[in-house]
Write a protein that binds this ligand. Structure first.
Ligand code: ADP
Ligand code: ASP
Ligand code: MG
Length: 445
């Protein structure tokens, strides 16, 4: 601990952590807009820590650069490369804030004390040693922290936290500083009943429970990174998700007890996945453990799993599971080494559509309605998985938009539906930035 941190006088409720996503800092005007919001919070008497993402599509561009020079870029070097995007945003924003008459300092994740494990490109935060942030706040400075990155406590190498990881940086810093709330500024007006880019009449949700948001994030609603929601729930940090580009109520993500009674379904989500199918798997104890142990060892998160028992004793089993498309290569490499099946096949891109709702527990018949709706739309279901508050179906990738819209309509989640949330009107206008192409890649890229 540094001397100045010993002298630190605790500050608490006055601290706000504001995170700005990639679209929110893309162009020079966007950086100045974010700087303006940060300065306004400071001038309202709050101490401000702002976490920034890489500008626009910077992270995608950096990934492409790596693949231009290497077929399988080293993960350590990839993190060195990817972490630069967020640093650029922070340095530029600090300059803009200076011009607005305030003192600001930009810090890398490592300088800000974000300590992680060593799993490059998807590291987990182990500790936030925030004394340098506190010192700077104590010196009346605005602190800008590069999101999405940290430093491995073991190897001292730079790590990154997985796509969308700046959300998690922000929540972790909010928890470490005891901030009242973590504000996530993005390119939509909050969390909606479906991706507003796919469903124009999607409804802004004013309050979502951590539990629902976890399921939504896990099933593809990338407006908040899954780990940020886990972290917020574990540390009881409310998240306020709102637009960078306009004022409005946004969405509060809070604990279940603070949310109201729910109808059966809150939102429809969708995601791209990849599928691995193993045929001719030995049918004996311990085989599944070997397969999924190898995948865990390769740091691959498995989503849905289906195993078919052999019909007769002398036959072998089939097993399918889905993973993030980015993990497909690591998954097949790990399984090839095991030599545990007769054939291994992959689908590089399949779709998944899910419905999520805390009220589902007490409303029977929701699953039947999902299957009926997809069936009526001529969409074939290839795999199904459920949790008490979620039903997910794997379908062909090309059928995802139609499936999302059909489910959103069948469960009456849209603008015309009866609402359970209090305010109506203004906030139900189309949700995306008017100047954006719906099919374009967006912030955080
Ligand atoms: P940022 O760069 O600000 O982190 P992201 O691109 O990661 O922003 O997340 C915001 C995007 O999440 C939106 O532009 C929207 O298309 C998408 N999204 C997907 N599902 C939802 C949802 N249910 N509610 C709001 N946004 C959603
Ligand atoms: N820039 C990173 C990404 O594109 C992290 C983030 O935006 O949260 O995933
Ligand atoms: Mg994001």
């Amino acid at each position: 601990m540094s001397l100045s941190s010993v002298a630190y006088v605790p500050v608490n409720g006055d601290i706000v952590v504001m995170k700005f996503g990639g679209t929110s800092v893309a162009a020079a005007d966007d950086i100045r807009r974010a700087a303006g919001r940060i300065v306004a919070a400071r001038e309202n008497g709050r101490q401000v820590v702002a976490v920034l993402s890489a500008r626009g599509k910077t992270t995608d561009d950096l990934l492409n650069m790596a693949h231009e020079v290497s077929d399988h870029p080293l993960a350590r070097e990839m993190d060195m490369l990817l972490s630069t995007g967020e640093r650029i945003s922070c340095a530029l924003c600090a300059m803009a804030i200076h011009d607005m008459g305030h003192s600001a300092i930009s810090l890398t994740g490592s300088q800000a004390g974000i300590v992680t494990d060593s799993s490059h490109t998807k590291a987990r935060i182990l500790d936030v040693r925030a004394d340098r942030i506190r010192d700077a706040l104590g010196d009346d400075r605005i602190v800008l922290v590069a999101g999405f990155q940290g430093v491995s406590g073991d190897s001292r190498d730079i790590t990154t936290l997985g796509r969308g990881g700046s959300d998690t940086t922000a929540v972790a810093i909010a928890a470490a500083l005891g901030a009242d709330v973590c504000e996530i500024y993005t390119d939509v007006r909050g969390v909606f009943s479906a991706d507003p880019r796919l469903v124009p009449d999607a409804r802004l949700l004013h309050v979502v429970s951590f539990e629902e948001m976890l399921e939504m994030a896990a099933s593809g609603a990338k407006v908040l990174q899954l780990r940020s929601v886990e972290y917020a729930r574990n540390h009881e940090i409310p998240i306020h998700c709102r637009s960078s580009f306009e004022d409005g109520p946004g969405t509060l993500v809070v604990s279940e007890k603070e949310t109201m009674e729910r109808p059966s379904v809150t939102a429809v989500t969708h995601a791209d996945e990849a599928r691995v199918t193993l045929t001719g798997v030995r049918d004996e104890p311990g085989v599944a453990a070997q397969i999924f142990g190898a995948l865990a060892g390769a740091n691959v998160n498995v989503d849905m799993i289906i195993q078919n028992e052999p019909v007769s004793a002398d036959q072998k089993a089939d097993l399918s599971f889905t993973v993030d498309p980015g993990d497909l290569h690591a998954a097949t490499e790990a399984l090839d080494r095991l030599e545990i099946c007769e054939r291994l096949e992959t689908d590089e891109r399949i779709g998944k559509v899910s419905i999520v709702g805390a009220g589902m527990r007490s409303h029977p018949g929701v699953a039947a309605k999902v299957f009926q709706t997809l069936g009526d739309s001529g969409i074939n279901i290839e795999m199904i998985s459920t949790s008490p508050i979620k039903i997910s179906c794997v379908i062909a990738a090309g059928e995802v938009p139609a499936a999302v819209r059909a489910l959103h309509q069948a469960f009456e989640l849209g603008d015309g539906a009866i609402r359970r949330e209090e305010p109506t009107g203004e906030e139900h206008r189309p949700a995306v930035r008017p100047d954006e192409d719906e099919d374009e890649g967006r912030g955080g890229a």
